[in-house]
Design a protein. Structure first.
Length: 131
């Protein structure tokens, strides 16, 4: 039985396709094993070491901890007042802080939702009705 040129080229193309797909599949398996191994190594590395016993905190130190945010707020108010005075070209004594409130982060959540919704794909039908 003699093979024609078309039949031999078809067989060569089929062999080349199978070899290429095998190489890609094997490399993906190797990559999967590497990622899994790195994940396990990082998991073991970040696991906290067991502590023998937690140190006892004196009651005086525990009583002072809630006062720390108020001191940080006062420092922040002073820095912001000084920055406003520098921008206005006046003395910090002339800047009066009316209200200081911690930011809850609602605007950043709104911004993330807005950004996410702006990247949704729009179908052709919706584009034609939008005009």
């Amino acid at each position: 039985m003699t093979l024609t040129i078309a039949q031999s080229e078809l067989g060569l193309g089929l062999v080349l396709t199978l070899v290429g797909m095998g190489v890609v599949f094997a490399s993906l398996v190797v990559l999967m094993v590497m990622v899994h191994g790195i994940g396990k190594a990082l998991e073991e590395r970040t696991r906290p070491a067991p502590a023998a016993s937690p140190p006892a905190t004196p009651p005086a130190k525990a009583a002072r901890e809630p006062a720390a945010p108020a001191a940080a707020d006062n420092e922040l108010i002073a820095v912001l007042a000084a920055a406003a005075a520098a921008a206005l070209g006046t003395s910090p004594a002339n800047v009066r802080v009316i209200r200081f409130r911690r930011w809850s982060g609602e605007w950043s959540a709104f911004g993330r939702v807005n950004l996410t919704q702006s990247h949704r794909p729009v179908s052709r039908a919706a584009r034609t009705f939008r005009r």
